[in-house]
Ligand binder design. Structure first.
Ligand code: PEP
Ligand code: MG
Length: 658
């Protein structure tokens, strides 16, 4: 018996909705299959279901065979037709590679990997300088027995295999039960546990054992097969699940071999962890407090290791490729997470230089702590707001610890990139409200989605573009996708009830973009009113980060409540120098007179119109430039939390005429 329907589950049967669908299917005795485009898979395997890549609005058929077939079809069709199915606990099930607390990369213009006379250069993935003994973490490859099993050995081998799977699942369950696990790390472990508990992987392995392979070889074969299936799907997020499958496979193999993975437990205080790659499972268990720095062959500024390193304040250089092998036998390593520089066995002079920089950083941090509670004012008494740039709620604490006076830039992209589907209005409203409450009465400036073809996210199809930085990004994309944009604006209107929320539009280059947004905001407010949903208005401002915005700044200033200068993009567009291209890095210089003039023109237009002019690009935190920006009339500077106390000190010194 079967029935067809159109899938209404929001963003289709991605990870969480697929797991929930399977749970529901397993509640029935009948054999249940889901059929799409003529391909049928068991509805009782979340891996198989995910690989079917069922998207919203596609037609599928539920097929059931058994005593409770009618009930099964009824329930499963009902699930597929519910847009919110499976999305209620999405926070705890972020994909393993994207979960975790996130901060801005160490350098927006991370240099490409290249060799250097005095060492190596990789991707600057987490800021800070470190020097320490090398801790090489190169777990040996796992191999099977290399002989085929006799027929009478197979049953015993399957039993041994099942015991190993159960042991790994139990270990993951124990890890999940620990209160000390952070929300991000919990998401990582939960996603891995889902895979370890799925019949596809274990079923594939048992098939290989029945074919005469020993359990370890069978597990390696099964993991490769399933991982290859994930890699082949035309979906960015599902591709990333291949690494998770390998990580689970490795754990099961180690359990079979009675080995523990090469442990990071023994890493000494301040050591530099050297690895080709580090699995999510290993990282979630590593003694991160003891790790002085990380250097890896794999990974980039947005890989999960970078995210975890940043959130724990560990300097990291990643993406060295095969050149990581040069560090296998290193005794001591120095690294600079701001530039990507790695030095193997530094000589006495380099060692002294790095030790001095590490010490200077510590001394500076200690001396700056006094500025946490300072409200910086200029000589005329004008308060300068020194706010934080953050991208997730997990960073609130770090910003508050250094005395951030609100948030000058909340990058909402991470909220969208972290999930396998677009975040719901409710989820966004909760996030923005939590942010507003945390900093009240200070303002929090939330930037609407600033995403483009260089950073794809699930749920939005981006065209292939020759020049993504000049393409369909920021406000341009949002205005073309009112379904996505309205959801964010409605969430912001709802959150504005809970604190001082301001909203800022990225990549504005035309007045019409502001006006169209206002129409949408009014429409959203009218809808919320009609629905009886509490909401409040917010100040609407723009980022000034295109030359066009600078040139029309006087007109823009009449229509918005504030400007925030985005020097990262403004510099690349004024100088026509790609911010990610190290070959033109010299031109990508905010101090170039062309860029400084653009900043001054903007400030003048904003001051003349009586609106607030702030800055949220990297330059806002530079002590050498802050006095010039304040003289131009800026009254708000927003930066990564690490720069806040130094900026307050600079302003106070300026006010004192130092
Ligand atoms: C900028 O362009 O200066 C900015 C703050 O935005 P982002 O770095 O996120 O593009
Ligand atoms: Mg920008």
């Amino acid at each position: 018996m079967e029935r067809s329907t159109i899938v209404r589950v929001h963003e289709g049967l991605h990870a969480r909705p697929a797991t929930r669908f399977v749970k529901l299917a397993k509640a029935f005795e009948s054999d249940v299959e889901l059929v799409k485009d003529g391909k049928a898979v068991s509805a009782k395997s979340s891996v198989k279901l995910m690989l079917l890549a069922v998207k919203e609005n596609q037609e599928v058929t539920v097929r059931a065979n058994g005593a409770d077939a009618i009930e099964a079809i009824e329930a499963l069709i009902g699930y597929l037709e519910n847009p919110k199915a499976g999305l209620d606990d999405e926070e705890t099930h972020a994909p393993a590679n994207d979960a975790g607390k996130e901060a801005a990369p160490a350098s927006q213009s991370a240099p490409a990997v290249s060799a250097e006379a005095n060492g190596l250069r990789g991707v600057a993935a987490s800021e800070g300088v470190a020097i320490g003994p090398a801790f090489a973490h190169f777990p040996p490859d796992i191999a099977g027995q290399g002989r085929m099993l006799q027929a009478d050995e197979i049953a015993g081998e399957i039993e041994r295999f099942r015991a190993a799977v159960a042991a790994v699942q139990a270990r993951m369950d124990r890890a999940l039960a620990q209160d000390s696990l952070s929300a991000g790390d919990r998401g990582i472990v939960a996603a891995l546990r889902d895979i370890a508990a799925d019949d596809s992987l274990t079923g594939e392995a048992e098939k290989a054992i029945k074919g005469g392979n020993d359990a370890v070889s069978a597990m390696i074969i099964a993991a490769s097969t399933i991982a290859a299936d994930f890699s082949a799907v035309d979906d960015h997020y599902l591709n990333a699940r291949a690494d998770d499958v390998h990580a689970v496979g490795r754990q099961i193999c180690l359990a079979l071999l009675g080995q523990d993975d090469v442990s990071l437990e023994n890493i000494s205080q301040g050591a530099i962890l050297i690895a080709d790659d580090i699995g999510a499972w290993d990282l979630a268990r590593a003694p991160l407090k003891r790790i002085g720095g990380v250097v890896c062959g794999h990974g980039g500024a947005t890989s999960h290791i970078a995210i975890i390193a940043r959130s724990h304040g560990i300097p990291a250089v990643l993406g060295l490729g095969d050149r990581i092998n040069a560090l296998r036998t290193a005794q001591e390593v120095a690294l600079d997470g701001n530039t990507g520089q790695v030095i193997i066995d530094p000589d006495a002079a380099t060692r002294a230089d790095f030790a001095g920089r590490v010490e200077a950083a510590a001394t500076e941090r200690a001396g700056l702590a006094a500025f946490k509670t300072v409200t910086p004012k200029l000589a005329d008494g004008k308060v300068i707001e020194v706010a934080a740039n953050i991208g997730s709620l997990e960073e609130i604490e770090a910003a508050q610890e250094v005395g951030a006076m609100g948030v000058g830039l909340f990058r909402t992209e991470l909220l969208f990139m972290r999930h396998m589907h677009l975040p719901s209005e409710d989820m966004q409203a909760e996030t923005y409200a939590a942010l507003a409450k945390a900093f009240a009465p200070y303002p929090v400036i939330v930037r609407t989605l600033d995403i483009g073809g260089d950073k794809p996210i699930a749920g939005i199809e981006f065209p292939d573009e020759e020049n993504p930085f000049l393409g369909w990004r920021g406000i341009r994309m949002c205005l073309d996708r009112p379904d996505i944009f309205k959801r964010q604006l409605r969430a912001l209107l709802r959150a504005a009830v809970h604190g001082n929320i301001k909203v800022m539009l990225p990549m504005v280059s035309d007045l019409g973009e502001v006006r169209q947004t206002r129409v949408l905001v009014d429409k959203c407010a009218a809808e919320l009113k009609a629905e009886g949903v509490p909401h409040a208005t917010f100040d609407l401002g723009v980022m000034i980060e295109t030359p066009a915005a600078v040139l029309i700044a006087p007109a823009l200033a009449k229509e918005v409540a504030f400007f925030s200068i985005g020097t990262n993009d403004l510099t690349q567009y004024i100088m026509a120098a790609d911010r990610l291209n190290p070959t033109v890095a010299k031109l990508n210089d905010v101090t170039n007179p062309a860029v400084m003039s653009a900043i001054e023109l903007t400030a003048r237009a904003g001051v003349a119109a009586g609106i607030m002019v702030g800055m949220c690009g990297e330059a806002a935190g530079r002590p050498d430039l802050i006095p010039a920006f304040l003289e131009m009339g800026l009254t708000e500077l927003s930066m990564s939390p690490a720069s806040i106390q130094r900026a307050k000190k600079t302003i106070m010194a300026m006010a004192a005429g130092e």
